[in-house]
Design a binder for this molecule. Sequence first.
Ligand SMILES: Cc1ncc(COP(=O)(O)O)c(C=O)c1O
Length: 367
Amino acid sequence: MQISPFEIERFYDRWEFTAELMLSSSDCESRPLAELLALEPGSEARLRSLHLGYTEVAGSPELLEAIASGYERARPADVLSLAAAEEGIFLAYHALLGPGDHAIVETPCYGSALEVARSTGARVDVWPRSYAQRWEHDLDALASLLRADTSFIYLNSPHNPTGMQMTRAAFDAVIELARERGIVVLSDEVYRGLEHDPADRLPAACDVYERAISLGTVSKAHGLPGLRIGWLACRDPQLLRRVRELKLYTTICSSAPSELLVALALRHAEEIVERNRALVLANLPLLDELIERRGELLQWQRPTAGPIGFARVAGIDDVHAWCERIAGEAGVLLLPGTVYGEPGHVRLGFGRANLAEAIARLDGYLG
Ligand SMILES: Cc1ncc(COP(=O)(O)O)c(C=O)c1O
């Protein structure tokens, strides 16, 4: 397998645990294990007495039940639990795509969504969105990319990195276009639940189209990335079976303690996600102020969903080097748009509790 470096994760690998203050993170504020265990009486005793054997390949029945309860139509048998969403991207592409296939990937995107697709040997075209077009989805452009052998489309909403929610009309149009041709849609919904206005929430793709695969995780809205559990949900048993077959070559099954803890968290998902959504809503005005103060340097389309946004940077020649200088000298971590192939941008994150401190430090550094 030939695969290009994963630039986003490379950058975080270099800086995430050396920079002191996060101003670009896509995961919301996490919580200590004790807080999770306090959600249900008896859960600490359950965790302590848990046997650390292998678990079911698809996930423990308790976990599958908890995941399926987040969908309208998908049932526990339609869910495959995974070691985080990243495994889902890898498995879905490699199980369902190969040489001779054609895939379309919405960009800019989380790097693996594009690079893993390319690594399958399939022909991959990008469906680009741009700041100049307010990051809107150009459906004519998508239609012009379709070929007789197009078998796969990757979508992501709420979106990394722009924080823009796809409109319901655009979502419906893409699903319709896929349905007419039997195209598989991998719908990356890892930020679902963090729509700034809950009325903007889209249906889960797996609930509206049988050949859609919804990708979920507890890493983002729930703020539990350290548990490393994600999942795929799909009502086409043959598609899900092909992915499950490949999982036998990656992780086989997930971590038993994590499965227990994620099932527990998902039974209280509303409360957990709502706390982070409230934090995102309280933090966003702080970034509005920063962008207003620094209008000559930063401009953006204000995000509508999720904990991140993508600002255009003016007057800085090398945004990558600029972000590294800020990380090294001020201890504040921004994510340069170069890692998305968008060199004139920077990703800002606002799902963390100490955002005001990170902004004040950045302001002080910029002078
Ligand atoms: C759009 C998108 N998909 C998938 C992932 C992977 O999530 P996980 O940490 O659960 O593997 C991320 C993480 O940043 C993401 O932003």
